[in-house]
Each structure stands twice: as structure tokens, then as C-alpha cells.
Write a protein that binds this ligand. Structure first.
Ligand code: C5P
Length: 232
């Protein structure tokens, strides 16, 4: 898969989500289904969106004991999504188990990427709440290396970390980056944001864009602008 824009469909109902996707007509953007929509609508919404021809990133961020994650990933691989994820903080053993669970009997599987430290976690909080006494950048790069060592395909990270992740883990290791806004858009609750052009320059492989598209006056035009600016 090449560079692409993934739309974060952070809606809480099937009706809202499908109305939104219908507005794209024949275009089939890559969509991210997160916990909110998945917990509200379950597997049927994943199957429905897939059957309409979209690629899907199922963003459920698994983090549990290796055996539970392995068995859960086996269930997710049956949904035929294109990408799913977990927390690298679950350890290498958990990541390896996840990969095993996700791999189908014919050897195929969705891409599996790891969350390193959430972009909402500050270095200060990481130190005080998690007792991790290292610079956050070092922690993110270490988690990325652990994900690579476990056989995963990439990480979710800030676009501002994409260049360094590639230099530490190689060009082929995917960087999937939220925190993207058009120049002039509101940041919302995101602290460090970049534009699609800047994310491209920094080497992001996929940008995840939510409100800059979903809350735009014309979401289809906003999506096309993101594609133009990021993919070219
Ligand atoms: O609306 P916005 O563009 O900020 O949406 C970003 C999406 O990416 C949301 O679905 C959010 O949950 C997700 N995300 C994030 N930062 C992470 C991981 C996921 O913003 N570190």
C-alpha cells in the first residue's frame, strides 16, 4: 500500500457514518473505525463499510495478556480489515502473540501497527504517572524498535517523529500519523499538529485526519485537498 489519507470516522452511530460516506459518491476513502463507533455498532458496521469497498484501519489499540490479545486478533483478522493496532507497552511477547493470532491459515494478514506513547501523554505525565524516567522521544523510538523486532509493520506516531522512526527502523517501517490540520483550522484537543504538506515532507506514510475533514463545511473537498497536499 502506498501513501494515503485515512479519514477518522469518529461518529457514534451507523446512520451518521454511512450518511457521511454516502456523500463521497463513488469515491472510497480509506477509513478509520475507532472504539466509539465499534463499541456502538460492533462487527456489522465493519463488514458494511468493507462491503462498500473501503479500506479499513480498525483502531482498537489492544493491550492485554498475550494469550487474550492473540485470540482477539484472530477474531479481528476474520473481519478482513486492512490495518489494526495494539499498544507497544504490552511488551514484545504480546506483540508477537498478536501477530500470530492475526495471521490467517493462508499466511495473509492485515497490517499491524503499534501505538508507542499516546500523543496525549506528556513527558511530565510519563515520568510522574508511569515512572518512566527517560526523554519521551527516546521512549517512542525504543517502543518503535521493539515493534519492529516483534515483526510488526509500523507505528502510530506524531508526524514530527516520522523522520526519526524511519531512520531508526528503516524506510519500509510504516508511520501512521494523526495530529494533522489544514493551516488555519482549529487544533481542538491536539497539542502538536502539522499540515498534510508538512507530514509529506517529514515522510509520513499515512495521515489520519478526523475533524479537519469530518467537521469541514464540505468534507469531500477537504478530503480531496488532503489527498492533493499529501499524496500529490
Ligand atoms: O479529529 P482529529 O484529526 O484530531 O482525529 C485524530 C484521530 O486520530 C482520532 O480518531 C484520534 O483518536 C486518533 N489518534 C490520535 N493520536 C494518537 C492515536 C490516535 O489523535 N496518538
Amino acid at each position: 500500500m502506498g501513501k494515503d489519507v485515512i479519514i477518522a470516522c469518529d461518529f457514534s452511530t451507523k446512520a451518521e457514518t454511512l450518511d457521511f460516506l454516502d456523500s463521497f459518491g463513488g469515491k472510497k476513502p480509506f477509513v478509520k473505525i475507532g472504539m466509539e463507533l465499534f463499541y456502538a455498532e460492533g462487527a456489522p458496521i465493519v463488514r458494511e463499510i468493507k462491503s462498500r469497498g473501503h479500506k479499513i484501519f480498525l483502531d482498537l489499540k489492544l493491550h492485554d495478556i498475550p494469550n487474550t490479545v492473540k485470540k482477539s486478533m484472530k477474531v479481528l483478522s476474520g473481519f478482513d480489515v486492512d490495518m489494526c493496532n495494539l499498544h507497544a507497552g504490552g511488551t514484545i511477547e504480546m506483540m508477537k502473540a498478536a501477530l500470530e493470532g492475526l495471521t490467517r491459515s493462508d499466511g495473509t494478514r492485515p497490517l499491524l501497527i503499534a501505538v508507542t506513547q499516546l500523543t496525549s501523554t506528556s513527558e511530565e505525565r510519563m515520568k510522574s504517572d508511569l515512572l518512566i524516567d527517560k526523554p519521551i522521544k527516546e521512549v517512542v523510538m525504543h517502543y518503535a524498535k521493539c515493534a519492529k523486532h516483534s515483526g510488526l509493520d509500523g507505528v502510530v506516531c506524531s508526524p514530527l517523529e516520522a523522520t526519526e522512526v524511519h531512520s531508526v527502523c528503516g524506510k519500509e517501517f510504516l508511520t501512521v500519523t494523526p495530529g494533522v490540520r489544514f493551516a488555519g483550522d482549529s487544533k481542538g484537543d491536539q497539542a502538536r499538529v502539522t499540515t498534510p504538506e508538512k507530514a509529506k515532507e517529514l515522510g509520513s506514510d499515512y495521515i489520519v485526519v478526523g475533524r479537519s475533514i469530518t467537521a469541514a463545511a464540505d468534507p469531500v473537498a477537504a478530503y480531496e485537498k488532503a489527498i492533493n497536499d499529501f499524496v500529490g
